[in-house]
Design a binder for this molecule. Sequence first.
Ligand code: CP3
Length: 342
Amino acid sequence: MTQKTILRALAGERLPTPPVWMMRQAGRYLPEYRATRAQAGDFLSLCYNPDLAAEVTLQPIRRYGFDAAILFADILLIPQALGLDLWFATGEGPRLSTITHADQVAALKPVDAIHETLSPIYETVRILARELPRETTLIGFAGAPWTVATYMIAGRGTPDQGPAHAFKAADRAAFSALIDRVTEATIAYLSAQIEAGAEVVKLFDSWAGSLKGQDFDDFALEPARRIIAALKAKHPHTPIIAFPREAGPRYAGFARAVGADCVALDNSVSADWAAAEVQTDGCVQGNLDPRHLVTGGEALATETRRIVQAFSNGPHIFNLGHGITPDADPDNVHRMLEAVRG
Ligand code: CP3
């Protein structure tokens, strides 16, 4: 049996045409997503409805034939499963009840309790494992502990992760206990996704770039290393993609340090630099600026081909440097795919 293209790239194979998928490929830029979401009611009802969550996961596969599907869910379901309130204020992004004291860390639900909340997500994975085309790889995911903790502490997205940095400075022991609890929950959550049929998992550390020096080692690198070691011990054949967004020079050596099979590059990293300094370690994923899918034109094709060319000497999965935005033109995705696949 010929292996799926994404799995071949993750095993270190250089392919003549890189496999391709997009961060946030199921989303508001697609009219069919907006229709299903309206049917579900709100965003969280969609996440917890296995049939509809599977449906929106499949929509971009039907429309574009991407090489991978990413489970439709959210990184903030873990805090909810650990006992925090979570809601999405329309047009304002996520809101959570906050963690501001050591007592509240201790009062979080035990890790074993998360499956009660998260079992519909595993059902979505099982449906997708049955329904995806045989050539499409199913990717599961979770947020990395630092990124998830920034939302648990602030109760919302923050431009500079100020509240999380302040909590870390005020009580490093309590902050570390929170990171440990999220780390353990993430191991249990990703293991369950793999057992339900996820073929690859990705760890999103969207705010890794705001950790510097020793903090980067302690709270970006070390939790990722622990999660990956635990998953590899149980599921040695499941490849893992790490995404330490805006890690800059710390992308070099990151995959090896944490034991990941691939590192996802954000669009602030130069493709030529990453080909020389990061891809030498193994597979890389990335890194088109998602704004090109809004603006389109010749720049979209030129920039797409430049990235494919820069990474053409090693294993590469073509992707965006961050999620596609709601104002993107769905036709520009076809133009990007033409430029990748020729
Ligand atoms: O298609 C996919 O990529 C899979 C599903 C997915 C979503 N969120 C769906 C979603 C994935 C992998 C995520 C990850 C996620 N969620 C991250 C890490 C990646 C990143 O973007 O840096 C983060 C930080 C979140 C938290 C989150 N969820 C925020 C800040 C928001 C609001 C911002 C926004 O885009 O509205 C969400 C909501 C969210 N998650 C949407 C989707 C499709 C939009 C919700 C809607 O339909 O209104």
